[in-house]
Design a binder for this molecule. Structure first.
Ligand code: KIV
Ligand code: ZN
Length: 566
């Protein structure tokens, strides 16, 4: 309960009258024109704005990612901004196919200085803006609709007059009715059309009309209605590129942009990982990867998200939160056991597919982390709540142990108990330690001292296994026969009166590659009480690995606590 009258203090946002709205039936089918505003909107929102060197590193990053439009700053607002723009131009750091965009208010001296900053530039987008919402008109400017419209027209006129001073530049005007999402759509249209009338764009020389949700004041469907309404009512729609610029005040900036694209927009402004005023600008990385996840090429190089993130975090000092889509530390991490099991099944199925581009279908993972430079390693971390599949996954993926499926519960429980005992997650190496200390080469109370295998006959197969062992400190020689070394050893134990079990499972596989390959063998036995125990043996010699596995299973069975009442 709030100690104030909610209905009085706040009110619902008015809807747009658009009963035949079309955007809900549309789908995004191609990438928009992207424009990064990291160096302007993002930068102006930093406690410590970027230095020229930092802006330069970010500029190079954005160019490398494939951005063709980059807002580099507001050159007339400060010496640093001016110097940065000049540096880009004079040092020829801007590729021919990249347009630099500069922001400007509708004031003569600022417009003139911006023009000065652009001398010698190739592709230029001159970005004029003024605020149009009723709130801004009344509170900030104390002006009526006509006066606000005149600001936009006069700014356009000044830019038109100065346009010939950049004869060699490919010049585009962008106009933003700032706070568009909080402006009456009819009025926003009126101002934009007045700007167009002054500028006289054409189908081959389009103006960019950027329609910002400067403050996100409503649900994304309302923004989409505003965009569709605007596109449908604009007189010369084919003379304009409609651009979106959403902020994230309600936490739905991404959704607003996506619905705005359905509603007919052509272009999207935003920043990497959503840095920007207050709750941030639109996160272009998220929108672009959402497209990729739907099979649409976003036309941006996003294959190394950790690198992008490192460069952004270092220069902006804005950390990416752990659950940030695609880029956060935890977004490819699963803590829940059932999730881990499902992920392992999905990954295993994929491994069996010959085509590396086969349709991605792994439960809980919307995309292949590998596609954006994230690794499978981070997917599963083990705590006391984790499932057996997660433990098996780590042992296989990180350490090369392909445990038999019926062994997963036994190993999973042991490792989970260990995590519970330590009251924290286990690292991959700790999981390996927990597994090996409990299941691998367990040599007490039964210890195999030496052995020899002799093939007695090939058909039928008969092997004699001889050697010496120690049980509870007592050393004995042994000899047994069977159709393989394992059965021969079981027979030897039987002759010594030590056989208190039946063999119920046996598997083995190679670990690693090359000449130093070792074998891992897994043997399951069932004791007289019907309880089953797995043991594992590892050796460069496959026979010895099997015998060690049997000894391990035997020792685990005799070391197991007696069940109640037995
Ligand atoms: O959020 C906004 O409205 C802006 C404008 C200057 C486009 O950043
Ligand atoms: Zn903005």
């Amino acid at each position: 309960m709030f100690p104030f009258n909610i209905e009085k203090k706040y009110r619902p946002y008015p809807r747009i009258h658009l009963p035949d709205r079309r955007w809900p039936n549309q789908a995004i089918s191609s990438a928009p024109i992207w424009c990064s505003v990291d160096l302007r909107d993002g930068n102006q929102a930093l406690a410590n704005p970027m230095t020229i060197d930092q802006k330069l590193e970010m500029f190079d990053l954005l160019v490398g990612m494939g951005f063709k439009e980059i807002e580099v700053g507001f050159p007339s607002s400060s010496d640093t901004e001016f110097a940065f723009t000049r540096m880009l131009i004079e040092e020829k750091r801007i590729p021919d196919d990249v347009a630099i965009q500069v922001l400007c208010q509708s004031r003569e001296h600022l417009i003139k200085r911006n023009f000065e900053s652009l001398r010698g530039a190739g592709k230029v987008i001159f970005h004029l803006y003024n605020s149009t919402s009723p709130l801004q008109r009344r509170v900030t400017f104390g002006m009526n609709k006509e006066q606000i419209k005149q600001i936009a027209i006069e700014g356009t006129r000044m830019i038109k007059a100065l346009r010939p001073t950049l004869p060699d530049s490919e010049f585009v005007l962008q106009y933003s009715p700032e706070s568009f999402s909080d402006t009456e759509v009819e009025y926003a249209l009126e101002v934009c059309e007045a700007v167009m009338q002054e500028w006289e764009p054409g189908p081959n020389e389009k103006i960019i009309l950027n329609l910002p949700a400067t403050v996100e004041v409503s649900t994304p469907n309302v923004y989409a209605d505003q965009i569709e309404w605007f596109c449908r009512h604009l007189k010369h729609r084919d003379h304009a590129i409609i651009s979106l610029h959403t902020h994230n005040d309600r936490g739905t900036g991404v959704a607003a942009t996506e619905l705005g694209l359905l509603a007919g927009a052509d272009r999207v402004e935003g920043t990497l990982f959503g840095n920007g005023e207050r709750t941030g600008n639109l996160d272009i990385v998220t929108v672009a990867l959402n497209m990729m996840a739907h099979g649409i090429d976003p036309q941006l190089d996003l294959h190394d998200i950790p690198r992008l993130r490192e460069i952004c975090e270092r220069n902006t000092e804005m950390p990416v939160p752990p659950r940030h889509p695609y880029a956060g530390d935890l977004v490819f991490t699963s803590f829940s056991g059932s999730h881990q099991d499902a992920i392992k099944k999905g990954m295993d199925l994929r491994k069996g597919q010959a085509d590396p581009d086969a349709h991605w279908a792994v439960p809980y993972l919307m995309i292949d982390p590998n596609d954006i430079g994230r690794t499978y390693k981070a997917i599963i971390r083990i705590n006391s709540q984790s499932g057996k599949g997660g433990v098996a996954y780590i042992l296989q993926h990180d350490h090369g142990f392909d445990l038999p499926k019926p062994m997963h519960p036994e190993v999973g429980k042991h490792v989970n108990d260990e995590a519970d005992r330590r009251q924290r997650e286990l690292t991959s190496d700790e999981i390996l330690d927990a597994f090996t200390s409990a299941f691998v080469d367990i040599a007490s109370p039964l210890e195999l001292i030496e052995y020899d295998v002799h093939r007695v006959s090939a058909q039928p197969a008969l092997f004699r296994v001889t050697g010496s062992l120690r049980l509870n400190g007592k050393e004995s020689l042994f000899s047994g026969e069977g159709n393989g070394p394992i059965n021969g050893f079981v027979n030897a134990l039987e002759r010594l009166g030590y056989k208190s079990f039946n063999l119920t499972d046996y598997r083995q596989h190679a670990i690693g590659g090359g000449s130093a390959t070792r074998s891992a063998a897994y043997i399951q036995i069932q004791d007289k009480l019907g309880r089953r125990f797995y043991g594992c043996g590892i050796d460069t010699n496959i026979e010895l690995a099997s015998l060690k596995a049997l000894v391990s299973a035997y020792n685990r069975s005799v070391n197991a606590p007696a069940p109640d009442g037995k």
